[in-house]
Write a protein that binds this ligand. Structure first.
Ligand SMILES: NC(=O)C1=CN([C@@H]2O[C@H](COP(=O)(O)OP(=O)(O)OC[C@H]3O[C@@H](n4cnc5c(N)ncnc54)[C@H](O)[C@@H]3O)[C@@H](O)[C@H]2O)C=CC1
Ligand SMILES: O=C([O-])CC(=O)C(=O)O
Length: 260
């Protein structure tokens, strides 16, 4: 399987270093001027677009975040190249979501969304087939996990004495306001009750060292709670290691004769 990546950061680095044996990296799409950085981070041929890749990939894996999916997702899909993405929150923009869907249909392929830093999405999808599903998502990270996010505009991350909720609203609002931190909120919402009906709370907590994601779901199926304490990737305290592992799991599943 020929794989190309978008991005050369913490998630891309982990994926590139741990590709399954049946896969080969054909290139990595980066921003203009970042070619040398991409080459040295991934030992991959850098490219500025899907068309610029040295070989046509079977799968384009977006590890770059919302901007990367925006820039390269539609062209890959239109060209019939399947895309696997961690940038789930980008679909909170209804216009962009429609563009991706139209591109996938035009190319006869699909966009797959990684389960990312969270899980239990299968149970949420099943629960959504019943009635009255209500879901609340809470994302809790140590202060350094919120650096570079809108949290910095409302609180002094260095001076927190205890946990502070810096966002409360819908999953759609969270995904759009926190593109680097609330992809899990979007994934939970897309799998379950929807982007506008899923409640999201984001908390900076100096008392934790892990990225803690939790949902409480209730409906005609019954109820469940699910929590993950995810350790961050060494290269980026914002991103949980499970995100990179979820991409590797999706690669393995892609050719499995029996899928779970
Ligand atoms: N679905 C999920 O559960 C999760 C999703 N994420 C998403 O993954 C993104 C990447 O995470 P990390 O690897 O930790 O971040 P990072 O900051 O280490 O790496 C991001 C990489 O993407 C590149 N990039 C940015 N814009 C680009 C563009 N337009 N074209 C090509 N490359 C571009 C950067 O140069 C950098 O190499 C996050 O910003 C977040 O949106 C992160 C964690 C969990
Ligand atoms: O990696 C994490 O823990 C979650 C995250 O950043 C996101 O949801 O975008």
């Amino acid at each position: 399987m020929k794989i190309a990546l978008i991005g050369h950061g913490a998630i891309a680095g982990y994926v590139a270093a741990n590709l399954p044996a049946n896969s080969r990296l054909v290139g990595a799409i980066c921003r203009p001027g970042r070619e040398a950085a991409a080459r040295s981070a991934l030992s991959a041929v850098p490219a500025l677009s899907v068309a610029d890749l040295p070989e046509r990939p079977d799968l384009l894996v977006d590890c770059a975040g919302h901007a990367g999916l925006r820039a390269h997702g539609p062209s890959a899909l239109t060209a019939g190249i399947e895309v696997l993405s961690v940038s789930v929150g980008a679909l909170a923009d209804t216009g962009f979501c429609a563009e991706l869907e139209a591109a996938a249909r035009a190319g006869g392929t699909r966009l797959c969304l990684a389960s990312g830093a969270f899980g239990a999405l299968d149970a949420l999808s099943a629960a959504a087939m019943g009635q009255g599903l209500a879901v609340t998502y809470t994302g809790r990270k140590p202060p350094q996990g919120w650096r570079g996010s809108r949290a910095e505009e409302v609180l002094d991350l260095e001076a927190l004495a205890g946990p502070v909720t810096h966002f409360s609203g819908t999953a759609r609002e969270a995904a759009q306001a926190y593109p680097k931190n609330a992809n899990v909120a979007a994934a939970v919402a897309l799998a379950g009750a929807g982007l506008d009906a899923t409640r999201a709370e984001l908390i900076a907590d100096p008392g934790v060292t892990a990225n803690i994601h939790e949902i409480a779901a209730e409906g005609s199926f019954g109820r469940f709670r699910f929590q993950i304490e995810g350790l961050p990737l060494p290269g980026n305290p914002r991103s949980s290691a499970l995100t990179a592992l979820s991409l590797l799991a999706a690669l393995r599943q892609r050719h499995a004769a029996i899928r779970i």
